[in-house]
Ligand binder design. Structure first.
Ligand code: PHE
Length: 577
């Protein structure tokens, strides 16, 4: 179940946590298949890996603290050399992720299916659509102004993922139903913003870049359908401007003078961006100090105006480049008549809310007859820069979901395909080129229902009171930023305090993923009712099994389904019907 937004006003007023960077239910995947892109047309400005600078890795500075020093069990985990596998010994339980040992505790909810996906590093496979899209985005934010990072270790502290970014203690994204916990202090990052503090700290060094991009795989416990997968990729960007303290001769500048110098640099940088051909609708370019989408008190309105203009122009340039590359490719290959589609790309800016930026916006693109949310962005909260010892700096940040863009660019109809190891999928793409995905075959789906009673405790009732997931999928519900969804779970400041036996839909999803893996195409609630006398609630989920690579046999599906039912039966909070 997801939060259904009915309008912008509601969105801004509720200060809800939205996540435009999540693969979007609004993507009309069927429409995406039908859209026209060509095969093998080079993306202008993006070179294959061999000719470009490789992005550098980024680790939160505290990462090194998680070593095995002084902990014999962690040393044992390293000795075992079984990465991404839960290892138990005596009363201890742990896992090695990205060569780092972690102890698990009662908060841990890592599943074997998620651990299996940790070392794929699709963003580094030069010929993979995720990597091709990453490089296309990086080409708009290139070195030396931007340092292009990749964050390889997905384990971050709860502080980096939530606290340092200003997430309130009761934010639903922190719950174990929405986020994968390694232990009570560490999670699989739910967004690339978890690396903001580390990336900002790197900007302290004299002569370092004044901006960055970060590419990372991110993890959210979520529903199962063609545009949701528990791992997806995000790209994050930021740009800062420093108030100079001294002039060219090393003499101290007055506050007034240094403010003016920073403002002049911002003006110059804005001019350098040039113009784009996109038709941008921006109903609220101004901002006020009221609480709708306020600027920060310490920011001068002229600075905010310039930063916002630079941010928006940079992102319009990105969108322009991405969508014209796609259009150009379609035209060159004869899939699109050049005269039929000569209108400029339409985009619009919408007020938004993120705990770590203000004012904030989303960018929507008009694509195949509907508005598609593409990214979230805003002016970085000054407190975050201060924590990184960058109080002389101000700047902007944005974040987007790579799959959402890649599905449009390459006509990829199902998010599971990105994880396919089938050569018939992988061999269709080449570094530096946008290729139209040609489905190699459509294998039949097999549907099976599972019905159960849920525990009638009050906590159990809340997750399923809103609309069934099927309707949410159609109407475009949005996940909360960083994996939360305020309709889903009883919020809790401590993940361990959660009502363990309460039913949560994501637990069903996790069982289905563990047993069926990517053979589960879709899981949706098809029926729910309350027993007239007992007051118990019954739910019926329909699981659609389909392989992207072959036809599943009846026995195979029956076996998978029986195992799922068995696992559901073992789950304390439900009783199979
Ligand atoms: N991290 C946000 C998300 O996952 C996106 C974002 C990044 C928004 C940076 C603003 C600035 O939804």
């Amino acid at each position: 179940m997801r939060l259904l937004f009915t309008g912008r006003a509601v969105r801004a007023a509720r200060k809800s946590f939205i996540s435009p960077t999540k693969p979007n239910r609004r993507i009309n995947t069927n429409a995406a298949v039908e859209s026209e892109f060509s095969r093998d047309v080079p993306i202008r400005g993006v070179e294959p890996d061999t000719r470009s600078i490789r992005p550098t890795d980024i680790h939160p500075t505290e990462q090194s603290a998680a070593s095995s020093q002084g902990d014999p069990f962690k040393a044992f985990l390293l000795e075992k050399q079984e990465p991404n596998t839960i290892i138990n010994r005596d009363a201890n339980s742990g896992v090695v992720i990205s060569s780092t040992p972690y102890r698990l505790d009662s908060t841990s909810n890592l599943s074997p299916s998620i651990l299996k996906l940790l070392d794929r590093r699709l963003y580094l496979e030069p010929n993979h659509p995720i990597s091709i899209t990453r490089k296309l985005i990086e080409s708009v934010f290139p070195q030396p102004v931007y340092q292009n990072y990749i964050a390889t270790n997905p384990v971050v502290s709860t502080a980096a993922n939530f606290d340092l970014l200003g997430f309130p203690a009761d934010h639903p994204g922190r719950s174990t139903t929405d986020t994968y916990y390694v232990n009570k202090d560490r999670v699989l990052r739910t967004h690339s913003s978890a690396h903001q503090p580390a990336a900002f700290q790197k900007m302290l060094k004299p002569g370092s870049a004044s901006g960055y991009t970060i590419c990372a795989d991110v993890f959210r416990r979520d529903s199962i359908d063609r545009s949701h997968f528990p791992v997806f990729h995000q790209m994050e960007g930021a740009r800062l401007w420093r108030k100079p303290r001294k002039d060219e001769r090393g003499l101290p500048l007055s506050t007034y003078e240094s403010f003016h110098r920073r403002r002049d640099t911002m003006k110059k940088n804005l001019e350098e961006l040039g113009t784009t051909t996109v038709d941008a609708e921006d109903p609220a370019p101004a901002f006020t100090l009221d609480n709708r989408n306020p600027r920060q008190l310490s920011h001068h309105h002229e600075e905010v105006r310039l930063m916002a203009a630079h941010l928006k122009r940079s992102l319009e340039t990105l969108v322009d480049k991405v969508f014209s590359a796609a259009k150009q490719a379609s035209i060159s290959s004869g899939h699109l008549d050049p005269s039929a589609n000569s209108e400029p790309l339409k985009v619009r800016w919408v007020e938004a809310y993120f705990p770590f930026t203000t004012p904030s916006w989303e960018l929507e693109v008009y694509w195949q007859d509907s508005w598609l949310e593409l990214l979230g962005c805003g002016i970085v909260q000054q407190s975050i820069l201060e924590q990184a010892d960058l109080s002389d700096h101000i700047g902007w940040a944005w974040g987007l979901g790579i799959e959402r863009l890649a599905m449009l660019l390459f006509n990829i109809p199902d998010i599971r395909l990105f994880w396919s190891e089938d050569r018939r999928f992988l061999d269709q793409f080449q570094a530096g080129k946008i290729s139209r995905y040609e489905p190699f075959s459509k294998y039949p789906a097999c549907y099976k229902d599972v019905a159960f009673w849920i525990d009638p405790s009050p906590a159990a009732a809340s997750p399923i009171l809103s609309e069934p997931s099927s309707s949410a999928a159609a109407t475009g519900g949005l996940a909360a930023s960083a994996g939360g969804d305020s309709t889903k779970s009883p919020p809790s400041s401590s993940p361990t305090k959660l009502h363990k036996s309460a039913f949560h839909e994501n637990d069903v999803m996790e069982i289905v993923r563990d047993v069926a893996g990517s053979l589960a195409e879709d899981v949706r609630l098809v029926d729910e009712f309350v027993h007239p006398t007992q007051g118990r609630k019954s739910l019926c989920y329909r699981i659609s099994y389909r392989s992207l690579e072959r036809t599943l046999t009846n026995e195979e599906v029956n076996d998978l389904h029986a195992r799922i039912c068995e696992r559901l039966g073992e789950m304390g909070a439900v009783e199979l019907r």
